[in-house]
Design a protein. Sequence first.
Length: 456
Amino acid sequence: MGSILIKNGLVVDTEWMRKCDVLISGSRIQRVAPSIEASSLPGDTTVIHADGLCVLPGIIDAHTHYHLVSRGTVTADSFEEGSRLAAFGGVTTVVDFADDNKVSLLDSLHARRREMAPMSIDYALHQGVYGYREGIRKELESIKRAGIGTLKLFTTYKEAGYLVEDRDELKAIFRAAKELGLMVSVHCEDDGIITSIASSWHGTYKPIDHAALRPAEAEASAIEFVGTIAGELEMPLYVVHLSSKAGLESVRRLRLKGVDLIVETTPHYLFLDKSLLARPDGSLYVMTPPLRTKEDNEALQEALLNGEIQVVATDHCSFTREQKLESDDCRSIYPGIPGTEELLPLIYTFGHNSGRLSLSQIVNLISTGPARIFGLYPEKGSLKEGTDADITLFDPEQSWTLSKDSLHSAAGYTAYEGWEVTGKVVMTYLRGRLVMGDGIYLGLKGDGRYLRAVRR
């Protein structure tokens, strides 16, 4: 692989933005300097003129579900299709999930890794833990040695077998994770509240009812519950996909008590509201937790601008339009929406329009921050010399429209149909290799690498 010289781009780090050149040699960033003369380099060096473009570290979507087998079907985007749409969005690394087969976490991890072998971009995994059992600590030790640094737990989905119901057992998992230096992440919805509402519900089960059946109060209560356990053990806790003002207020209360909470939200909880569920095609917008109100959107937006939210990821879980519209009963609608490709343009447009979120801050939310939190930095999430040449060339001035025709998910729809955005990815490099350029996908099946994501 020859050298590549990216000239005259605006290189964006979390601490500075400056016009300079980036030299890639093989798979690594060799040099970043104010000026690198092409004449001083080997004759086969490819020169990319990046005038007017931003040079970003490859974007990291820290919460995806590609090729998820669920409820007797499988999501629309396979690992190959997920890699493709990610590359179009400037995403060079995703963090997906391995389920718990409740026999062996290590076997569960290995099974998911085998499934993900077709990936064309790099990937790490969080490991689901769906129950306490004797020997769980040894299982956790084994997956840490295999490169897992984060566990995923649920406070709901008892019927699906995901819920660790007993507080003492849950605390024992937390304690073992702390002793081993593993991060715990939690999907926070109080199963007791949800069950109680369901048992006395006399309404319909249309998509719009999903918001009432799984209210914000359930999220807030679960955050208080698991946050209290983390506080007792003096360990950090990662809250996935924060969706509500009530949940945010729980986060604030816990932080005032000294609990170390790392908070993730998603574009759909920032920008979409539950009025979409009342549409004739409301099934398309069903996910868990449900969409909330405009007040919730505004509270989360303000928290993002204030630095109270550390990560924006997508929870990409794409079923086809046909799959989503098979049912209009919120209990059986396949939950989830596509989102990886839309991540950067949506957050950049929001930051640009608000005037309160710099490109450096955006890079921290969707690249450097996740890389640091999950032990991938500086190989991922940075433009440091000697690290992986994961680079996104981004045109900050180009306006375009999000639509099923301009995006690449196999879902066949986007929740942001017709949205005008500013900023578009022009080229995406994975370890020095162009995987998307000028609207052409160049990814290679199986070229993605499994990454050890263990915090140091």
